[in-house]
Structure formats: structure tokens, C-alpha cells
Design a protein around this ligand. Structure first.
Ligand SMILES: NC(=O)c1ccc[n+]([C@@H]2O[C@H](COP(=O)([O-])OP(=O)(O)OC[C@H]3O[C@@H](n4cnc5c(N)ncnc54)[C@H](O)[C@@H]3O)[C@@H](O)[C@H]2O)c1
Length: 353
């Protein structure tokens, strides 16, 4: 087992948002590392990774809405963790236009409820709060946003996540004044791909649904360049932050975890690459976006700080990320989603199975 994973062996860790895509992957890594893993989230969506994977090995899976302040207070008053990864959120830009108030309630006040309950009950030694690359004010910066750049956000999701960062910052200050300090840090990464993502309006899940149904997939914004990243890479960043906090290191309040320059590909390039990986015969229909909804243009992250201070680096370039995603899908059909998860986690961390 890698040294990073060994740090989590025997530790009591909470993952909020464990019924979601990233949360399920993260929780399973922690379970394989030998941690006692707890989860707190809403019910899983039907056919989501959590739903289809079966028993991921949680000590306790709690279904609780983070907008419910009293419920969150009660939960943290009754639990004591070595560390918390806070992922629970409404993460979809397009849904945030339809449900802006719910998005702000969950992402901003939900995070405030979680952090306040942890700090007042001293329920954890550290928290890694997951936000996004969309927290930066988009000024079409080419060389990559750094952690000190201005925050902002035009669409409701981005704005709510920038506001989440303000919440994190306020509770960093509150927590630093405690006698036994609680460290709270933010982790910023962009859109990820990986096996088991069933989110609506995302390119790879849309393509995979089309592959299974044997239908062509319509893609939006074919010429848009995106920073493609495999889910395991930012998760490895979050785990590296948690491990540094566990070791009592004085780390920065926020880190970016983005892919390298070679991962800047267009939506159309990625779609063709995914089709070729699937079986080469599947077609895609390309359609220019019919949507007037504003979605941030390319937001490129500089991850130099994470490399310098945490020794983190992104491992997979875009094409490898898509290869792993399609391989996961095939393996999951051949064996099961859980074995596909375990096989890729073990491969990533160099564990012989
Ligand atoms: N997937 C990506 O590409 C991506 C990119 C950047 C940032 N993020 C961030 O990573 C985190 C996880 O994203 P994901 O893609 O796994 O999302 P997801 O939609 O798959 O999962 C979201 C999780 O949050 C939980 N949740 C939502 N509202 C809640 C509420 N009110 N109370 C309790 N739990 C609630 C859900 O039950 C689910 O477990 C989010 O904070 C998201 O903003 C994701």
C-alpha cells in the first residue's frame, strides 16, 4: 500500500456527499486504506455509482440534509472524527439556473452548518472543503489561476461556490482562535471524468449512455476547450492535503489541483477519442449549443503551489483519463462496478490485488 494510504489506516474519517460520484470514489479509497469511513449525504440517485456499487464498506451511512442546521448540530455533537472531507453540494451549473436558491442553501449555508457544528463541537481535527475551479473571477487569464487570484462567479453555481470559499475563510478564522486548533482548508479542482459518473449534462456520461443505448449522442459546444482530468487525480490531492493536516503540517488555506497543459482538448476531440475507445463504430452528432445559459469559458488552474508544498502532481493526461474511464465501464459490465472501482484504485496506488 502507498505511504499516503497508510496514513489513513485506522483513522475515523467522514466523507460528506458520499452518495455522489466523487464521494463514492473517495470513500472507497479510504475503505481500502483501512480507515473507518462514515458518510453523510442525501439518498443516492437511482443508477448512480453509489447505488449500483453495493456495499462500499462504510461504518455508517447517514442520510441527512446539510440545510437542516439542527440535524447537522446533533450529528456532529454525537461524532468525533480524525478528519472530514466535505463534498456535499449541488454541483451542476445548469441545475443551478433552475434551482438557484436551493443551490445557495446547500452550497453556502449547508457548508456553514457543517463547519460551525464541527468547530463548536470540536468534532474533527481538520476539514478539507471541496470547491471548484469555477470560484475564480474569470478574466480569461491564460497562464492559469493561482490561489490568491480574485474569486467571483457569474452563474449561480459558480457564485455559490465562491461564497462557499468565504464561508470556509470565516470558519478558518474562528477555528484558528480555538485552544485546540481545527485546520480548515479548501481544495479547488475542475470537472473530472471517471467510471460511474451518471450526472446529467456532462459529456462523458452522455456519451456512455449513448454507447449503451446504441444511439448517437448530441454534444454541445464542440469547440470548447476543457481541462480534462481523471477523478483519481484530484482525489489524490485531497488525500494528500488530509495527510499533511494529520501530520500537523502548517499548510496553505487553499490549493488548486488541475491537469497539465497537455490535457487541454476540445469537447469534440474528447468525444471522438471516447468513441474510438468504446468500439470505434459509435457516432456522435455534433450540435452547437442551443442554450443561452452562461457557462464559464476555460478556467485553467496553476497547481504549482500543490506541487511545491504538498508534492502533488497530476498523473493522467486527457487521453489516459478517457482510456481509464472507458476501461472502467467495460470492466464493470464484465465483473461488477465494485470490482472495477477496486481494480482501478489498486492500480493507481500500485497495490497488487
Ligand atoms: N464532478 C466534478 O466534475 C466536480 C468538479 C468540480 C468540483 N466538484 C465538487 O466536488 C463535490 C462532489 O461533486 P460530485 O460530482 O461528486 O457531485 P454529485 O452530484 O455526484 O454528488 C453530490 C453529493 O452531495 C450530496 N448532497 C447534495 N445536496 C445535499 C444536501 N442538501 N445535503 C446533504 N448532502 C447533499 C448528494 O447527496 C451527493 O452525495 C461537490 O462539492 C462539487 O461541487 C465536482
Amino acid at each position: 500500500m502507498s505511504n499516503l494510504l497508510k496514513d489513513y489506516s485506522g483513522k475515523k474519517i467522514l466523507v460528506t456527499g458520499h452518495t455522489g460520484f466523487k464521494g463514492a470514489w473517495l470513500a472507497r479509497i479510504l475503505v481500502l486504506a483501512g480507515a473507518d469511513v462514515y458518510g453523510l449525504a442525501l439518498e443516492a440517485d437511482t443508477n448512480s455509482l453509489f447505488d449500483v456499487a453495493g456495499d462500499l464498506g462504510f461504518k455508517e451511512s447517514m442520510i441527512l440534509d446539510i440545510r437542516n442546521r439542527a440535524g447537522i448540530e446533533k450529528y456532529f455533537a454525537a461524532h468525533n472524527f480524525d478528519g472530514v472531507f466535505h463534498l456535499a453540494a449541488q454541483p451542476l451549473v445548469r441545475r443551478s439556473y433552475k434551482e438557484p436558491i436551493e443551490t445557495f442553501d446547500t452550497n453556502v449555508m449547508g457548508t456553514a452548518h457543517v463547519l460551525n457544528a464541527i468547530v463548536t463541537n470540536k468534532s474533527s481535527k481538520w476539514v478539507v472543503a471541496i470547491t471548484t475551479d469555477k470560484v475564480y473571477r474569470n478574466v480569461e487569464k491564460l497562464e492559469g489561476y493561482i490561489e490568491d487570484d480574485s474569486l467571483g462567479g457569474k452563474d449561480p453555481y459558480s457564485a455559490s461556490k465562491a461564497a462557499t470559499e468565504m464561508v470556509v475563510s470565516a470558519w478558518q478564522t474562528i477555528a484558528s482562535q480555538l485552544q485546540d486548533k481545527i485546520s480548515i482548508c479548501a481544495a479547488r479542482a475542475g470537472n473530472v471524468i471517471g467510471g460511474g459518473d451518471t450526472a446529467e449534462d456532462r459529456l462523458i456520461p452522455d456519451l456512455i449512455r449513448g454507447f449503451h443505448a446504441g444511439t448517437k449522442t448530441i454534444i454541445r459546444n464542440p469547440d470548447s476547450i476543457r481541462p480534462w482530468q481523471h477523478v483519481l487525480d484530484p482525489l489524490n490531492g485531497y488525500l494528500t492535503m488530509g495527510s499533511a493536516l494529520m501530520a500537523g503540517k502548517n499548510i496553505s488555506p487553499a490549493y488548486n489541483f488541475g491537469p497539465g497543459e497537455e490535457s487541454k482538448l476540445t469537447v469534440e476531440q474528447m468525444a471522438h477519442y471516447a468513441c474510438a475507445q468504446w468500439d470505434g463504430s459509435q457516432g456522435i452528432d455534433i450540435q452547437v449549443s442551443d442554450s443561452a445559459l452562461h457557462e464559464a469559458g476555460l478556467l485553467w488552474l496553476s497547481s504549482e503551489l500543490a506541487t511545491k508544498e504538498l508534492g502533488w502532481s497530476n498523473r493522467f493526461e486527457a487521453q489516459e483519463a478517457i482510456r481509464w474511464t472507458i476501461e472502467w465501464e467495460k470492466e464493470s459490465m464484465k465483473s461488477s462496478p465494485l470490482s472495477a472501482l477496486d481494480a482501478q484504485i489498486n492500480k493507481y496506488y500500485g497495490v497488487q490485488s
